[in-house]
Design a protein around this ligand. Structure first.
Ligand SMILES: C[S@@+](CC[C@H](N)C(=O)[O-])C[C@H]1O[C@@H](n2cnc3c(N)ncnc32)[C@H](O)[C@@H]1O
Length: 321
């Protein structure tokens, strides 16, 4: 984004190439005659922190902290646990996998070959293989695919592709979408599922609620109603099970917000204040590169209420007609 405040920004420039509005906390950077706000510049020009990178970072954190690397939210069938901690989130992420496994086992017909669409770091695939399934992974994130390859048995196929572009001569019993369906355009996702899934589809993911204004950062592609209409229009699948599990997912955000708002934010604020007092140059560099991300971390988000207002999380099983 080109900076509309170029002139006033230039007046405040001390260094020729870099300028910062101290009071607003916004930085501007000049690159080849163009001025960029630091957030768009740092993100778009240097690609440091974008949405996929945030997701890869969360998956990495899950791998490092919990040892499993799930990139989905937690599943809390009994609601918010008494002890609110990161461990509770890690355990709930595994409970999500258990629910997925139980659902896959209940799909009618013999299911053995699974295409794991949007396979993240391969954590679901690893456990599914452990449970006796033959799993192929497809996902566009090179980072997470490398993490998957390193944990999956040799010979497991991990294909670097968006599902929309995926092509193979192999066929599968089941396509599973564990928190990945909402990334994919609806019609191509169903068309591809009809091509590759001979027995059925499991979707454990969220949809946008109809009639709710769209947040520009919301990457959720479709509503549940549009999904059901598209399934009927396509005529390839019959919906066997369709459960609203939103209430079992939202404790994820309650825990996350509590830890972020009550623990991490005050710590970060103290750290920034101390650094700026004792090491102003380092503080300035840090703000330039990560100021917006740190602001985001210290801002109260209220996602535990906004998520459920704008989304419904569903567990859907479809059988091939
Ligand atoms: C929230 S993560 C879930 C990962 C994993 N299924 C899990 O449960 O831990 C979403 C995954 O969908 C993948 N993804 C994003 N866009 C996709 C697309 N167009 N086709 C296939 N996968 C996609 C991401 O790279 C990521 O691996």
């Amino acid at each position: 984004m080109e900076c509309e405040l170029r002139d006033s920004c230039a007046q405040h420039t001390r260094l020729r190439k870099l300028a910062s509005f101290k009071n607003s906390g916004v930085c501007f950077i000049q690159l080849r005659d163009k001025w960029f706000r630091s957030d768009s510049c740092v993100k778009a020009q240097f690609g440091i922190i974008s949405k996929p990178v945030e997701l890869e970072g969360a998956a990495l954190a899950s791998e490092v902290v919990f040892g499993h690397g799930y990139a989905h939210y937690g599943y809390f069938p009994d609601g918010l646990p008494e002890v609110v901690s990161l461990q509770a989130l890690g355990a709930a992420q595994h409970a999500y996998f258990e629910k997925l496994l139980e659902t896959i086992r209940a799909v009618p017909g013999e299911v053995s070959r699974i295409l794991d669409v949007g396979s993240g770091t391969g954590a679901n695939a690893k456990n599914l293989i452990g449970a006796g399934f033959d799993v192929t992974c497809v996902s566009p994130s090179a980072q997470m695919n490398e993490m998957a390859r390193s944990k999956l048995p040799e010979g497991t196929q991990v294909i670097d592709a968006r599902f929309e572009d995926f092509a193979t001569n192999h066929r599968f019993d089941l396509c599973i979408f564990a928190e990945s369906f909402h990334y994919i355009e609806l019609e191509p996702a169903l068309a591809q599922a009809a091509k590759y899934a001979e027995k059925g589809v499991v979707i454990f993911d969220y949809f946008r609620r109809g009639g709710v204004g769209t947040d520009q950062n919301d990457t959720t592609r479709t509503t549940h109603t549009s999904f059901l209409e598209a399934v009927v229009r396509q005529g390839q699948f019959e919906v066997l099970h369709d459960e609203d599990v939103t209430d079992a997912i939202t404790p994820t955000f309650v825990i996350y917000e509590y830890l972020k708002n009550e623990k991490v934010a005050p710590f970060l604020e103290r750290y920034r204040a101390t650094l700026s007092q004792n090491h102003p140059l380092r503080a300035w560099m840090l703000e330039l590169l990560l100021g917006r991300s740190m602001d985001k971390l210290t801002r109260k988000s209220g996602r535990s209420t906004t998520f459920a207002r704008a989304h419904e999380y569903r567990l859907i099983v479809m059988r091939r007609k």
